[in-house]
Design a protein around this ligand. Structure first.
Ligand SMILES: [Zn+2]
Length: 294
């Protein structure tokens, strides 16, 4: 990706300790090692549970109020390459989605905040853990990412590259778009009336739609700035989508596949819907709920 000319987002909240970046000074709740993250991250995928659901469930069970905590930045914004990359990609999603909302939906786009954290952090959906992988919390309209996930994606899943990393952000921003469009609310209500297998099937449609919306973002961003994508970028994104398909993750973890437990879709499905968004650049082509075949 060529991001030189991209303006950085002002909506990144850095909750990492110290001066940011990977070498924090331990001021943050950095209690989970990478090994634990790998195991638990895998677990959260393999058990096929949407982390936001676990967290919401947990806060209901414990009778907690949504946690809000003021984080007063005590240091200058981190300016390491990775943090700047995240701010630029998020900035681009803001401009691109504002454009799509105005031209296609005739409404204003309200951008999410992206929170960088390590270990664990309070969210309106309960305590967020790095082990859950990146996630979006509709309750506070924030995307949560521990950048260690990118190492994971590259080393463990063989899906590196800047566009693969941008796709992860774009997928979470896709969940925010679903929230703004009222999809998330309807789905949550429907899920509560369903058995687990059915609820998982619905969850797959939500996830594949977020993949499609990530594709719509990239296609539209490319239309608005034809310098943005470089040869190989799209392939990187598709490779990442394939790497985190439920079937491949399950097979890696346990040697067999349990389709009823899928919550994100198979590798083929994820690739297909990301491509659907990329090829069409049209949010109307992302209706995974109406699709007969995923
Ligand atoms: Zn998702």
């Amino acid at each position: 990706m060529r991001l030189d000319d991209e303006a950085e987002s002002q909506n990144v909240e850095d909750r990492r300790g110290g001066g940011g970046g990977f070498g924090g000074f331990g001021a943050g709740p950095r209690t989970i090692g990478i090994g634990t993250i790998i195991v638990a991250l895998a677990a959260s995928y393999f058990f096929g549970i949407d982390p936001t659901v676990i967290m919401q469930g947990a806060s209901v069970l414990q009778g907690q109020q949504p946690q809000t905590q003021q984080h007063v930045p005590s240091h200058a914004p981190a300016n390491d390459q990775m943090t700047v990359f995240v701010r630029k990609v998020l900035g681009n999603t803001e401009r691109t989605w504002s454009h799509i909302f105005e031209t296609d939906l005739n409404r204003r786009y309200a951008p999410p905040t992206l929170v960088l954290f390590t270990g664990a952090t309070p969210t309106a959906c309960g305590t967020g853990q790095s082990a859950m992988g990146p996630f979006y919390c509709p309750g506070d309209q924030k995307v949560y990412i521990d950048l260690a996930f990118y190492d994971e994606l590259r080393k463990r899943f063989g899906a590196g590259g800047d566009f693969a990393q941008a796709y992860v952000i774009a997928h979470e921003v896709g969940h925010h778009v679903q929230n703004l469009l009222g999809v998330s609310g309807k789905v949550d209500a429907a899920r509560r009336r369903m058995g687990e297998a059915q609820a998982n099937q619905l969850s797959v449609r939500v996830e594949l739609q977020a993949d499609c919306l990530a594709g719509v973002w990239a296609a539209t961003a490319e239309r608005m700035n034809q310098q943005l994508l470089e040869p190989g970028d799209i392939e990187e994104g598709l490779k990442a989508a394939a790497a985190i398909g439920d079937d491949r993750l399950q097979r890696q973890a346990q040697g067999y596949v349990v389709p009823e437990a899928f919550t994100h879709g198979t590798s083929d499905q994820r690739v297909r819907w990301l491509r659907q968004g990329l090829d069409s650049g049209d949010i109307r082509k992302c209706d995974t709920f109406a699709a007969k075949q995923l």
